[in-house]
Design a protein around this ligand. Structure first.
Ligand SMILES: NC(=O)c1ccc[n+]([C@@H]2O[C@H](COP(=O)([O-])OP(=O)(O)OC[C@H]3O[C@@H](n4cnc5c(N)ncnc54)[C@H](OP(=O)(O)O)[C@@H]3O)[C@@H](O)[C@H]2O)c1
Length: 326
């Protein structure tokens, strides 16, 4: 298949590219002049220069006669609210418009959304695809808006949407500090009652994207994808302890302390003109009661993830070690 990937230089997108190549598909990636090409180096991938921002010929060029478009590019951390909307919302629309113009035989447009588009679980009820979205972050609002736009093209384009929770795996730099902390023997958990999250190993999310491109039942549908279990942060710490074969001390962090650290990080990054790794939006998400989701819909439609948390974390640590990061 002729495939076009946005975000192929990023964490999830690069794993998706590897999967597509392993299955023998032709891969074209949208890259920017500033993109770091480290994960695409020496791979049989056609690179097309462009951007998701308006009036960009790169998108149309890259999508020429594509069979599948995987739209993984997005901004996941920014202090500038406008950036989320420009890239995540505007970029999704530009990508869809470019599909209409350049890919008349497109068989699937797979948009990578996020659990953040739906918001945390309410009243102890896990989220499912019927839950009314109630994003608590600007990032989540932008992903929800982008989903709505993607689904609105459904009469003209075959669209599917995948909503992962926190994705972890080798090459990721967002959750990496958590692995580093655990390797050193400590782990930060939210102070007070346990908070719950769901997680997905990156290869499972990439496989879910590919599954959605192939599966008729995925047409016009939104799916949550995760390993299917609910974890407290304490569970995550215990799993890392067993993966690193060491004791990991759990440090309870009060919300106000983390909030202040995030604020300082935002100010520091504003000063050096960098996007912060930790901002106040993350703190809000970290202290939400539960991000539990039901994955029945995607399982019943035929997709089963391969990695539970222990297996995924083992693979992640092995991957980071191979990269020399741990
Ligand atoms: N990581 C998670 O835990 C997680 C969880 C749920 C959903 N998601 C979603 O999964 C997708 C991939 O996330 P990720 O973790 O792989 O993020 P990432 O590593 O930060 O990669 C983001 C990608 O988007 C590209 N991009 C950003 N702005 C762009 C623009 N204006 N034009 C063209 N490309 C642009 C980046 O290209 P450059 O290399 O040029 O910067 C990069 O390839 C996103 O849509 C995100 O919302 C992620």
């Amino acid at each position: 298949m002729k495939t076009f990937v946005t975000g192929g230089t990023g964490f999830l997108g690069s794993h998706l590219v590897d999967l597509l190549l392993a299955e023998g598909h032709e891969v074209t990636c949208l890259v920017r002049p500033t993109s770091n090409l480290q994960w695409l180096k020496n791979k049989p991938v056609r690179l097309v220069q462009g951007d998701l921002l308006p009036n960009n010929a790169g998108l149309r060029e890259g999508l020429k006669n594509a069979d599948w478009c995987f739209h993984s590019a997005g901004v996941i951390s920014s202090t500038n609210p406008q950036t989320y909307f420009q890239v995540n919302v505007g970029g999704t629309r530009h990508c869809l418009d470019a599909c209409l113009k350049s890919a008349p035989k497109l068989q699937r447009f797979v948009m990578v959304s996020s659990i953040a588009a739906c918001g945390p679980a309410v009243n102890g009820q896990s989220l499912n695809e019927q839950t009314a979205p109630h994003p608590i972050s600007i990032y989540g609002q932008s992903k929800l808006e982008a989903e709505k736009i993607a689904i609105s093209y459904n009469t003209r384009l075959p669209v599917s949407v995948i909503r992962p929770p926190a994705i972890y795996g080798p090459r990721d730099t967002m959750i990496f500090p958590v692995f580093k902390m655990a390797q050193r023997g400590f782990f930060v958990v939210p102070f007070g009652r346990p908070r719950y999250i769901t997680m997905a190993y990156v290869e499972d999310v990439a496989a879910a994207c590919l599954w959605a491109a192939k599966e008729k039942k995925a047409l016009g549908q939104i799916f949550f994808v995760a390993d299917g279990d609910l974890y407290s942060w304490q569970d995550v710490a215990d799993t890392l302890a067993s993966v690193f074969y060491r004791k990991v001390a759990k440090i309870s962090m009060p919300k106000t302390v983390m909030w202040s650290v995030a604020l300082l990080e935002e100010l520091r990054c504003k000063w050096i003109r960098k996007e912060p790794r930790l901002h106040r939006g993350h703190v809000k998400q970290f202290f939400a009661s539960s991000w539990g989701i039901q994955t029945d819909k995607i399982r019943q439609a035929g997709f089963t993830p391969k990695f539970n948390l222990e297996a995924g974390m083992q693979a992640t640590v092995a991957g980071y070690r191979q990269l020399g990061w741990l």
